[in-house]
Design a binder for this molecule. Structure first.
Ligand SMILES: Cc1cc2nc3c(=O)[nH]c(=O)nc-3n(C[C@H](O)[C@H](O)[C@H](O)COP(=O)(O)O)c2cc1C
Ligand code: SF4
Length: 706
């Protein structure tokens, strides 16, 4: 066992349940459930993998206690029918299915809990119907549309006291089903803006009876009664832990840290553990992932009490610390982009009892085992992009940008089976697609050789790391990880060597994988060849050249002082590349305008919904206009001439026009290398320009299939 992680790897207790170590996999919705609303083979395989990976205590994703009102990830159809992509335990018929899930997790010696929740007035997907006749939203008090504390809510009506008592029974019945299905514990989720939180919160709760918010006893009565009733029904061997907002921000009636601590003291008299969360009203996603509120720049007023010194990592640890300082004796934890090193540090300092993690375990479910074996360099790093959360919030199946196999554990194309015939695999291109293909093929026992025309690996990822801003995404770690894996898997890497047909012939590979990235295309526009125009290719060349001298972090800082881009620019293209370039330049004091020759719906394509909802107001603040639904007419002396929908023609002024759209498949290279090796595959942006998630997925599939 690694001494470096003595505390992290130490078993712990959550009430009567012994955990294997101090890493808790906190709940995350997956949309992996079956159409018949049950956890089926896909979901079970996903949880089994997490258990096998060595996590100390596994909390299965949020599960509605009531249906359909209790779930927020649900589609309503025009004929009045509905179908959830979120679990619910409102019926005994589900017990045998969940039993299969708990058996699969227990097989690996991992204790398992399930998060119970009730959506209440929360509408994080923005897809729930507003008509009370379709969705009878209830909360402790009625709130009108105007009184709602943010954009993600629906106005509730007030519950009667009888309805509150009924709800307690609904919660306890769901917990009882979980118990019967073999779970060791349940997490009562009264955090974020779920039904439970509306009782704890003075924003939502204006009752004057014993469930009101007049004092802490009354505010916590609903959750305490639920916990007590669950314990009564499920007995002393079953743990009940809770999740709620210890501190809230951005509203005059938001729960203060002092209030949160007082409520926690009362809740701790009945519960077995507390998962501490913070909430920030008026912002999508609240503070579920504190790091993301720092994008594109930290807001003028950061939520006080929290720790913002590490880019959001460990941000909510002051909450667990406050509970411990207040003398709360039951275990406390939180989840906020902690890694094993940070987690160990906090445990040693006594600031929490368990380390909550979600994203790092999605990126690498084997993280705990790798920590135990001292193989930190083998942990696939989560880059913090929140593509996973975005998929979930769009009710799509969970997907991880860096871990292509997540949720695809049973799909034949993603099986890492040893190669039956050892082949020689030649990979052309050392970007994410090529590196992942090489890594996987070598892992399976093939002899792999990779050629990269630049001196460094990673393709455009290091450039993206500079443009994206090092603080918000850890892209450099991804390249470092892949590079390490290539070395460990004995992949022969040739750097600074452009592949020719002669080289392919000399290598005599059995399989040729072309993953050389996209090619720059000609811009068919009058004036596009003038000095006024700066092609994406040139910008990338400049950045790549600078990356030979400086690290991405140094370059990110240096470009804040100087770079060869004039004071005003017009960017052609409003998808991910255009938006991120605009952000990069605006942060460096350039006056920027974006022109996009497509519809509004394409703006920001490739970015997450949450990031875009931060970015649009930020662009407004920085005076970055976005023009769309237009035609480019010419690059002229004063800037970019465009024609808008109503046929008006005018010039967007800028000292340079920069294109982010001059990309296409690398057909020249594909043609040059075609016919040399019968088994040739083209993957990633070389085939069709896409995002990192596509590159990694295609690389993995190629590696698994050779
Ligand atoms: C895709 C995704 C889905 C999530 N779904 C839930 C959920 O159903 N219930 C919940 O309490 N938290 C949910 N979370 C929040 C995580 O449990 C965790 O608190 C958060 O991601 C911060 O931890 P991390 O930085 O280790 O990811 C979700 C997170 C992600 C990334
Ligand atoms: S890399 Fe991105 S998609 Fe994968 S877990 Fe991390 S944040 Fe989620």
């Amino acid at each position: 066992m690694s001494e470096q992680f003595e505390k992290l790897l130490e078993p712990g207790m959550i009430g009567p349940v012994k955990t294997r170590n101090r890493i808790i996999k906190t709940a995350n919705g997956t949309s992996f459930m079956e159409p018949d609303q049950t956890p089926g083979p896909r979901m079970i395989a996903y949880y089994e993998r997490l258990a096998k990976g060595g996590v100390g205590f596994l909390v299965v994703e949020s599960c509605g206690v009531e249906y359909p009102l209790g779930v927020q990830h649900i589609h309503y159809f025009p004929d009045g029918s509905y179908e959830a992509v979120q679990l619910h335990l409102d019926d005994d018929r589900f017990i045998p299915y969940f039993q299969r899930l708990t058996e699969a997790v227990h097989k690996h010696g991992c204790p398992v809990s399930i998060q119970l929740q009730h959506a209440g007035p929360w509408n994080p997907t923005g897809l729930l119907p507003r008509d009370p006749a379709i969705r009878d939203i209830k909360a402790p008090s009625a709130l009108s549309e105007d009184e709602l504390p943010g954009p993600d809510f629906l106005p509730p009506r007030a519950m009667t006291k009888q309805e509150i008592e009924d709800q307690i029974d609904i919660w306890a019945s769901a917990a009882e089903r979980a118990y019967k299905a073999g779970f060791d514990a349940v997490e009562i989720n009264h955090g974020t803006c779920h039904q439970g939180n509306t009782f704890l919160s003075r924003i939502w709760n204006r009752r004057d009876d014993e469930y009101g918010a007049q004092n802490y006893e009354n505010r916590t009565r609903f959750i305490r009664n639920i916990v007590t009733e669950v314990k009564r029904r499920c007995g002393p061997g079953f743990a009940v832990h809770v999740l709620f907002n210890i501190a809230e921000y951005n509203h005059p009636l938001a729960t203060t840290l002092e209030e949160g601590v007082e409520m926690a003291k009362l809740i701790a008299t009945v519960a077995d553990g507390i998962n501490c969360r913070a909430e920030r009203y008026g912002h999508r996603g609240g503070l579920i992932q504190p790091d993301r509120i720092l994008y594109p720049e930290p807001p003028a007023e950061l939520p006080k009490d929290l720790d913002w010194s590490q880019g959001g990592k460990g941000a909510t640890v002051p909450l667990t610390e406050a509970l411990k300082r207040a003398g709360i004796k039951i275990p406390v934890w939180t989840a906020c982009r902690m890694d094993p090193i940070l987690g160990e540090k906090y445990l040693r300092e006594g600031r929490l009892d368990f380390v909550g993690m979600t994203r790092r375990l999605l990126a690498d479910p084997e993280l705990p085992n790798k920590v135990r074996e001292g193989r930190l360099e083998d942990i696939r790093p989560c880059t913090g992009c929140l593509h996973c959360f975005d998929m979930r919030n769009k009710n799509k199946r969970l997907e991880c940008r860096v871990n292509a196999t997540l949720g695809r554990e049973l799909e034949p194309e993603y099986q890492c089976v040893p190669a039956t015939t050892k082949k020689k695999v030649m990979v052309v291109g050392g970007g994410p697609a090529g590196m992942e293909a090489a890594r996987v093929a070598a892992r399976r026992g093939h002899q792999v050789v990779l050629y990269e025309k630049e001196r460094s690996l990673g393709g455009l990822v290091p450039v993206a790391a500079v443009v994206k801003d090092m603080e918000t995404e850890d892209l450099v770690d991804l390249v470092r990880y892949l590079e390490t894996q290539l070395r460990k898997e004995n992949v022969t890497v040739h750097r600074g060597k452009e592949v020719t047909p002669e080289i392919v012939r000399a290598e005599k590979p059995d399989v040729l994988i072309i993953a050389a990235g996209a090619a720059h295309t000609k811009i068919d526009l009058p004036g596009a060849d003038s000095k006024k125009m700066m092609k994406g290719e040139k910008l990338h060349q400049q950045l790549k050249w600078a990356l030979k001298l400086f690290s991405p972090r140094q370059l990110e800082r240096l470009t804040r002082i100087w770079m060869p881009v004039p004071s005003s620019v017009v960017i052609m293209g409003g998808k991910l590349h255009g938006c991120e370039l605009a952000e990069f330049l605006a942060k460096r004091g350039r006056r920027v305008a974006i022109a996009h020759n497509g519809p509004y719906t394409e703006l920001g394509e490739g970015m997450t919904k949450d990031d875009l909802e931060n970015l649009w107001p930020w662009f407004k603040l920085k005076h970055v206009p976005i023009w769309f639904d237009l035609e480019y007419r010419a690059v002229v002396e004063k800037g970019l001439k465009i024609q808008v929908k109503d046929k008006r023609v005018f010039v967007l002024e800028g000292k340079k026009v920069i294109s982010t759209q001059d990309w296409g498949p690398n057909t020249a290279l594909i043609e040059k290398l075609s016919g040399l090796v019968p088994d040739t595959r083209v993957i990633g942006s070389c085939r069709e320009p896409g995002w990192i998630v596509d590159a990694i997925r295609e690389g993995a599939v190629a590696g698994y299939s050779v």
